[in-house]
Design a protein around this ligand. Structure first.
Ligand SMILES: C[S@@+](CC[C@H](N)C(=O)[O-])C[C@H]1O[C@@H](n2cnc3c(N)ncnc32)[C@H](O)[C@@H]1O
Length: 362
C-alpha cells in the first residue's frame, strides 16, 4: 500500500521507455537526487494489513525471502549478541532477531516512514500480523543515510556489534565508490573482530546475463521488470568503473526505484580492504537448495509457508522463483580474534519502549 506521493509513477504494465539521460558518475547532486528518490519510495510504503499481504502477487516470494533471512540469522547469531541492522526498513526482521534471542538491537534506515513503522512494530502498538508479546531485547532506532554518514561516530557508545545485517539494501550504496566504501567502512568499524556481516542483495551476474539475453535494455516477467538506460546499449561494463551502474527495478507490490549493480568480485575485493573476509556469496537458488537439505530449515520453510503448506495449496509461482534468482546471500567475517573480556559499549540510549523523541535523526 502506498503512503502518498512516491515521486515516480507505478508501472505495472512493463517498463516505460527510458527518460533519463546519462548523468556524470559520482556527480554529487545527481547522487543526492537518486538517494532521495530511494528514500521517498520506501518512506511512502505503509505497513500492509494481513489481508493485503496475503493477497499480494508476490506473497510466496516475500515468505521465501523471510526464510532466507531467517536462515542467515540463525546461522550467524548467538544468544545475547548485539546486532546492527543497516537499512532495517519497517523492522520486518525484528521477530527473527527475537527468536535468535539477541541482547541488543540498533536499526538504521534512511526512510522516515519506515523507521516510524519499525518503532510501532517494536513497541507492539501496530496491528501487525501477529499479536505477540513484547520483544525481549532493548533497541535503538536511527533515521539516516548509512552509506553517507560515519556511523562509527554516531554509534561509538553502542559498539562493538557481534552481527551486522544489511538485507536487500547494500546495492543502494553502490551508486558511487565513495558511498560503497562508506558502507563497508561503517560495517568494519562497528563489528568486533570475528564478528559477522550478513546480507542479501541483487546478484549482478544473473542480472547482466539476463540483460545480454534480452532483445533490448529491459527484461522481466509478470511480477518484475528491470530496465537499463540507453548508455548501456552495448551491454558491456568496464571493469574500471564498477560503481554507478544504474537500472530501474520494478517489483509488483514492493519496489519501484533506481538500483545499482554490485559486481561480486569488486564487492569481495573492496570488503577485503576493510578487513571483511568473504565467507560465502551464493545465489538465492543455491542457498535454498543447500539449506533445504537440513531438516530444521525444511520445517521453518513449512511454517513460513513459502512453498505452500498442507492447508494452503497455493505455492511460489515460477515468476516469483525467477525473481528469487535475481538475488544472492552473503556472509563476511571481520578479521581478527575476538578479544577476551571485551568491554561492551554503554548502550544506555537503548529502550524497551521507543517514543518518537527517542528516534535519532542524523
Ligand atoms: C528492500 S528494503 C529492505 C528492508 C529490510 N532490510 C528488510 O529486509 O525487510 C530496502 C531498505 O533500504 C533502505 N535504504 C536504502 N538506501 C538507504 C541508505 N542510504 N541508508 C539507509 N537505508 C537505506 C530503504 O529505506 C529500505 O527500507
Amino acid at each position: 500500500m502506498k503512503r502518498g506521493y512516491t515521486g515516480s509513477p507505478s508501472n505495472s504494465g512493463g517498463p516505460p521507455k527510458s527518460r533519463l539521460k546519462h548523468s556524470a558518475e559520482g556527480d554529487a547532486d545527481y547522487s543526492e537526487d537518486v538517494v532521495q528518490k530511494v528514500a521517498n519510495h520506501y518512506s511512502a510504503r505503509t505497513n500492509q494489513s494481513l489481508a493485503e499481504r496475503e493477497s499480494s502477487p508476490i506473497i510466496h516470494l516475500k515468505k521465501l525471502n523471510n526464510w532466507i533471512k531467517s536462515v542467515l540469522i540463525q546461522l550467524y547469531t548467538r544468544r545475547g549478541d548485539a546486532v546492527l541492522d543497516l537499512a532495517c526498513g519497517k523492522g520486518g526482521d525484528l521477530i527473527k532477531w527475537d527468536k535468535a534471542k539477541v541482547g541488543y538491537y540498533v536499526g538504521v534506515d534512511i526512510a522516515e516512514g519506515s523507521i516510524e513503522d519499525c518503532r510501532t512494530r517494536y513497541n507492539g502498538d501496530a496491528n501487525h500480523h501477529q499479536n505477540r508479546k513484547k520483544f525481549s531485547f532493548p533497541a535503538r532506532l536511527i533515521c539516516g543515510d548509512c552509506y553517507e554518514i560515519r556511523l562509527d561516530k554516531v554509534l561509538a557508545d553502542d559498539a562493538p556489534f557481534d552481527v551486522c545485517s544489511c538485507q536487500f539494501a547494500l546495492h543502494y550504496s553502490w551508486s558511487t565508490e565513495k558511498r560503497a566504501r562508506r558502507a563497508l567502512a561503517n560495517v568494519s568499524a562497528l563489528l568486533r573482530p570475528g564478528g559477522t556481516f550478513i546480507g542479501t542483495m541483487p546478484d549482478a551476474n544473473v542480472i547482466i546475463r539476463k540483460l545480454r539475453a534480452s532483445d533490448g535494455l529491459s527484461f522481466g516477467n509478470s511480477v518484475y521488470w528491470i530496465r537499463f538506460d540507453e548508455e548501456y546499449t552495448e551491454k558491456s561494463f568496464s571493469s574500471s568503473s564498477p560503481f554507478g551502474i544504474k537500472y530501474q527495478f520494478h517489483l509488483e507490490d514492493a519496489v519501484d526505484c533506481p538500483e545499482w549493480i554490485v559486481p561480486v568480485d569488486v564487492f569481495k575485493a573492496l570488503a577485503d580492504e576493510y578487513d571483511l573476509e568473504l565467507v560465502f556469496a551464493k545465489n538465492a537458488h543455491d542457498f535454498v537448495h543447500e539449506y533445504l537439505k537440513k531438516p530444521e530449515y525444511v520445517d521453518l520453510m513449512r511454517r513460513l509457508g513459502a512453498l505452500g503448506d498442507d492447508r494452503d495449496k497455493s505455492t511460489l509461482s515460477p515468476d516469483e522463483w525467477e525473481v528469487a534468482y535475481l538475488y544472492l546471500a552473503f556472509a563476511l567475517r571481520k578479521r581478527g580474534q575476538p578479544e577476551r573480556g571485551q568491554v561492551n559499549g554503554r548502550r544506555d540510549k537503548a529502550k524497551m519502549h521507543i517514543s518518537k523523541d527517542d528516534i535519532m535523526t542524523i
